[in-house]
Design a protein around this ligand. Structure first.
Ligand code: AMP
Ligand code: ZN
Length: 124
């Protein structure tokens, strides 16, 4: 197994998933982005997109992250379709970024939820 990168945050579960140290059901990976299925899906399709570098939340995002976040957003439609989201406009998907305790964030490594597939969903 590979070592976590130097910028990884100790004891961050998503840093460990991105480094392959904690198992996950991988959807996609490149040099800077890792995508995996949520362990408690709300819907037929529910995956998480994370930067490999540790960024705690959207609250820490600045102009230096614009390229990375743009690349993450731009990956989502293709992965959503591949994973079984039906075509827009009858189908579609939802993208959610919970931020901070009041924003409902439980894991403090920035992640984009991509949720979709035929309804009903468990929530949302
Ligand atoms: P949030 O409330 O936005 O921080 O969401 C965290 C999400 O991470 C939840 O939907 C969890 O089900 C998911 N999650 C937590 N641990 C894991 C894990 N080890 N593998 C996959 N998904 C996870
Ligand atoms: Zn992390």
């Amino acid at each position: 197994m590979s070592q976590p990168p130097a910028h990884a945050s100790d004891n961050c579960i998503f840093c460990k998933i991105a480094a392959g140290q904690t198992p996950s059901r991988k959807v996609y990976e490149d040099d800077e982005i890792f995508v995996f299925h949520d362990i408690q899906p709300w819907a037929p399709v529910h995956f998480l997109m994370i930067p490999k570098m540790h960024v705690a939340s959207m609250a820490q995002v600045g102009p230096e992250h614009a390229g990375l976040l743009g690349r993450m957003m731009a990956l989502a439609p293709g992965l959503a379709a591949e994973q079984g989201c039906n075509p827009y406009p009858e189908g579609g998907f939802r993208m959610v970024i919970n931020t901070g305790a009041e924003g409902g964030q439980e894991v403090h490594h920035l992640h984009i939820h991509v949720i979709g597939g035929p309804r009903p969903w468990l929530k949302g």
